[in-house]
Design a protein around this ligand. Structure first.
Ligand code: CDP
Length: 225
């Protein structure tokens, strides 16, 4: 790896990839294995989305969104996320929040407003961060970078199963359409587009289970240290 560990800063493992590629599950398990802090950056954009829906703010109204996001008290407690003191962990998981989050995430001011909070979670002994721009923008000096992907059909099927298990309603065809639209928006947006970071290890999980992906990440990280 050509990334350099900045002296004094705890190591970061950055796991980026498209929607429903399994980043969250993998990142949380890798963090638990290593005893590291875990950052689900998508949860922040989802919380911003829920807040914007609650206040009736349009997804392209940058000044109003920036004011809203700057005033939100967002806090993680383990894998739960609190917004202004309220546990919104379940409320942010609907597809409506997912679609809106991808829209607000393409607003530059929103991304800037969430940067300091994300970086503040880099604490000893280390951080596993999952998202779209962990290795490219938020932690470009991450010790180990992964780009986790899978075909749209496999990702739609996984998301479908996840929603059904949570007791939420889900339609496979609709999910596939939403995923493809979200991929397109994430990839083509002007600010922090979804892309593998230079030097990232690309893992295609179409034929891999969670445990196998976790093993590959842990092995890659141990090589990089
Ligand atoms: O679970 P899923 O992969 O669908 O999405 P997520 O990780 O919860 O993130 C929700 C949305 O936030 C994504 O569709 C992205 O548009 C956006 N996002 C982003 O732009 N940058 C990040 N670091 C994380 C999420």
């Amino acid at each position: 790896m050509d990334e350099v560990l900045v002296p004094g800063l705890p190591p970061v493992i950055a796991i980026d990839g498209p929607s429903a590629s399994g980043k969250g599950t993998v990142a949380a398990r890798v963090a638990a294995e290593l005893g590291f802090q875990y950052l689900d950056s998508g949860a922040l954009y989802r919380a911003a989305a829920v807040a914007s829906l609650q206040r009736g703010i349009a997804p392209d109204d940058e000044p109003a969104l920036v004011e809203l996001v700057s005033g939100l008290a967002l806090r993680f407690e383990g894998e739960r996320i609190f917004m202004n003191g309220i546990d919104v962990s379940d409320a942010i998981r609907t597809e409506e929040a997912g679609v809106r989050s991808s829209q607000v995430a393409s607003v530059p001011g929103v991304r800037a407003a969430l940067l300091a909070l994300q970086r503040s979670l880099r604490i000893a002994p280390g951080l596993v961060a999952d998202g779209r721009d962990m290795g490219t923008v938020v932690f470009p000096d991450a010790l180990f970078k992964v780009f986790l992907t899978a075909s749209a059909a496999v990702r739609a099927a996984r998301r479908h199963k996840q929603l059904i298990e949570k007791g939420l309603s889900a339609n496979l065809e609709g999910l596939l359409r939403d995923l493809e639209a979200r991929d397109e928006r994430d990839r083509t947006r002007a600010v922090a587009p979804l892309a593998a970071a230079p030097g990232a290890q690309v893992i295609d999980s179409d034929h891999l289970g969670v445990a196998e992906v976790v093993d590959q990440v842990l092995e890659g990280y141990r090589h990089a240290v």
